[in-house]
Design a protein around this ligand. Structure first.
Ligand code: NAP
Length: 280
């Protein structure tokens, strides 16, 4: 089975390079732009790809409110192009999605069966991509994750490490709750999916490190691990004036994945320690 990863130079793409074997093909946007129907068909056919791990996405949550066409083109049409190309080869698709498909009104972690109700253009377009896969003729997995961090790409942990090393005081949001997730742990879950049993019909799974917290708690844990003295001032979402709405509570329950794949998921605090060691 020949496996390809899209969005190879993104955060998750870089983590997968560290985890998956050498036979996997890594495709950057330049090598395969998933918004281009014909290029996607040609690459998947010519390289004889049987399974795609789609990490390619438009991920600028605020900018998506004004760049709607581009956002939908990558997050929805891109999934359609991949599904159509894979259908010709009887191939499979693992598609990465997000907690932003939920409205955040729940008070306990979201499970796969919960109703979606995205609040932003990014969330709507990611749900659009999920729908395309669910209604396609190929076999796939929708893997929803949240608050990714790793030594690669742009993410909250790297931003905080930099800000805390340069400032005596920073301001961080306290009223958005989520499940911080190591993109390296997520990569291991993807390796497990492709090396053990692939579902016989398209399934949705949640994968996040266990536990949940606010961005302020997350920043404080980073500060304590690094033994820094930066003052972290808690602020509200309203004070941030973000263009796009975010779910106030987006924690994900990964019990279904843990049970189906006998996969032990670490707490976000323990995975954070491992990632901070690598960043240092
Ligand atoms: N980061 C998070 O906190 C988070 C949370 C929940 C879910 N997710 C989901 O997890 C997945 C991976 O996220 P990530 O953090 O790795 O995102 P990322 O770092 O922004 O990487 C996305 C990659 O996709 C590429 N890309 C954009 N448009 C493309 C196109 N038309 N064709 C091919 N590649 C294209 C980007 O290339 P350019 O940079 O050159 O545009 C980038 O390399 C995404 O599906 C995202 O929605 C992320």
């Amino acid at each position: 089975m020949k496996v390809a990863v899209t969005g190879a130079n993104g955060q998750l793409g870089c983590c997968l390079r560290n985890i998956l074997n050498d036979e996997v093909v890594f495709l950057s946007k330049e090598e395969m732009d998933i918004t281009n129907e014909y290029e996607t068909l040609d690459v998947i056919r010519d390289m004889e790809i049987d399974l795609v791990i789609n990490t390619a996405a438009y991920t600028h949550v605020d900018r998506a409110e004004t760049e709607k066409d581009l956002c939908w083109s990558v997050n929805e049409k891109g999934v359609r192009n991949l599904s159509q190309a894979l259908e010709r080869r009887n191939g499979k698709l693992i598609h990465i999605s997000t907690d932003y498909v939920f409205d955040g009104l729940k008070k306990e972690p979201y499970v796969e069966e919960n109703e979606t109700n995205p609040l932003s253009e990014y969330g709507l377009s990611k749900r659009g991509g999920e729908r395309v896969l669910l209604h396609s003729n190929i076999n796939g997995v929708i893997l929803r994750t949240s608050w990714l961090f790793s030594p690669f790409g742009k993410n909250f942990v790297k931003t905080m490490v930099q800000l805390m090393s340069q400032n005596d005081e920073i301001r961080v949001v306290q009223d958005q709750i989520g499940s911080p997730t190591s993109a390296l742990d997520l990569s291991k879950s993807i390796e497990t999916l492709i090396s053990t049993k692939f579902p016989e019909k398209t399934e949705i799974y949640h994968f996040a490190n266990s536990g949940y917290c606010s961005w302020w708690d997350f920043a404080t844990e980073i500060k304590n691990n690094l033994k820094l003295s930066t003052v972290i001032v808690p602020i509200t979402t309203d004070e941030l004036h973000q263009t796009a709405k975010r779910p106030a509570f987006g924690a994900l329950s990964s019990k279904k994945f843990e049970n189906d794949y006998s996969f032990k998921i670490q707490s976000w605090q323990s995975s954070l320690k491992n990632v901070l060691k690598e960043i240092k």
